[in-house]
Design a protein around this ligand. Structure first.
Ligand SMILES: [Zn+2]
Length: 333
């Protein structure tokens, strides 16, 4: 079949009378200047709008406009439909690829983006935030779990002086540590809160054979403060719930999570990486102050031994992987 019309050569205002012939795979346009042949796949067909004529555009931007659009549009029908299907076939892959990219980005966001972002955000958080959260956490602990210390004034003074002397020997900390004595159902435990409070239980003080042994646990807790682990975990948890809320549109749990941040830290403890960092801090300063980390190893073993003899030791559940930690201290020696 053929159609008469006008051919516009590339980059030219010239109009040439032309005849277009459709083949199975090719289109032929014949003018007084000669014949052009293009593959149908290289031809672009304008979408018919109202009474505007159909325009066929070829690779070099040359065009053919038929005198009568409708019959050519009908003739091109199956081909144009085929082309659209072809487009979908190509784009099915594109859609699949973009889905994969989105999934990958979400995975990367959770695995790398959030930890990096929480590290970056730490300096931007006003001091009042960790202070408030630390105080709230301490109040909640005092109300629900902790009892006043039964250590004698003398013992408290001795440990307090030991703690002050220890802090003096350390490089400047991002927040001022303060020591607090409490009882926790007779369990040996120590805990660093985001405001710099370090809670030490009576049982932990009793478990330490020597000042060096107690220092190693205090240094571990100070290590959490030095690396601002509680603030980082809190920001991580907040970013995580915010991201989940943004991705899923579910925001009801957000406020709860923000308020429960302090409690979240207590129940989940710090991450293993945080524990390793705190151990490394303690090991480094034990070595600087006492020459080696023998006392730290001994204290961890004491805690482990008490545990295996049936005493419940919270420090173990909030500070997991005791055996690996003792080995890490040994291998670093
Ligand atoms: Zn720890």
């Amino acid at each position: 079949m053929s159609w008469r019309g006008v051919y516009h050569p590339p980059h030219s205002a010239t109009k040439l009378n032309a005849e277009l012939t459709l083949g199975d795979r090719h289109v032929h346009v014949t003018t007084e200047q000669g014949e052009h042949v293009w593959s149908l796949a290289d031809m672009d067909v304008s979408v018919p709008v109202g009474s505007l004529p159909l325009v066929l555009t070829f690779p070099e931007r040359d065009t053919f406009i038929p005198d009568e659009s409708q019959s050519l549009a009908d003739a091109l029908g199956p081909y144009r439909k085929g082309k659209r299907l072809h487009w979908l076939e190509q784009h099915k892959l594109a859609i699949l690829a973009s889905l994969l990219v989105v999934v990958l980005l979400v995975v990367l966001l959770f695995s790398h983006g959030l930890p990096a972002l929480s590290r970056g955000l730490v300096p931007l958080v006003p001091d009042e935030v960790p202070n408030q959260i630390g105080q709230k956490t301490r109040d909640a602990l005092d109300e629900h779990m902790l009892l006043p210390t039964q250590l004698s004034e003398q013992t408290q003074d001795r440990v307090q002086q030991q703690f002050d002397g220890l802090v003096e020997q350390l490089p400047a900390l991002p927040l001022k540590p303060s020591l607090v004595f409490r009882q926790w159902e007779g369990t040996a435990n120590a805990l660093a809160l985001s405001d710099g409070t370090i809670i030490v239980t009576d049982a932990l003080v009793a478990l330490a054979d020597t000042p060096e042994q107690l220092d190693s646990i205090l240094l571990h807790e100070i290590g959490h403060l030095a690396h601002q682990h509680s603030l980082k975990s809190l920001i991580r948890a907040t970013l995580l719930s915010t991201t989940v809320a943004l991705l899923t549109g579910e925001s009801t749990g957000l406020a709860d999570n923000l308020l429960g941040g302090g409690v979240f830290l207590l129940t989940k403890g710090y991450s293993r990486d945080d524990e390793r960092e705190a151990d490394a801090y303690a090991r480094q300063h034990m070595t600087t102050i006492y020459g080696d980390a023998t006392a730290m190893k001994a204290m961890l073993k004491r805690i482990g031994k008490s545990n295996s003899s049936g005493e419940q030791l919270e420090w173990l559940s909030t500070h997991p992987g005791m055996k690996a930690r003792i080995e890490a201290i040994q291998s670093a020696r």
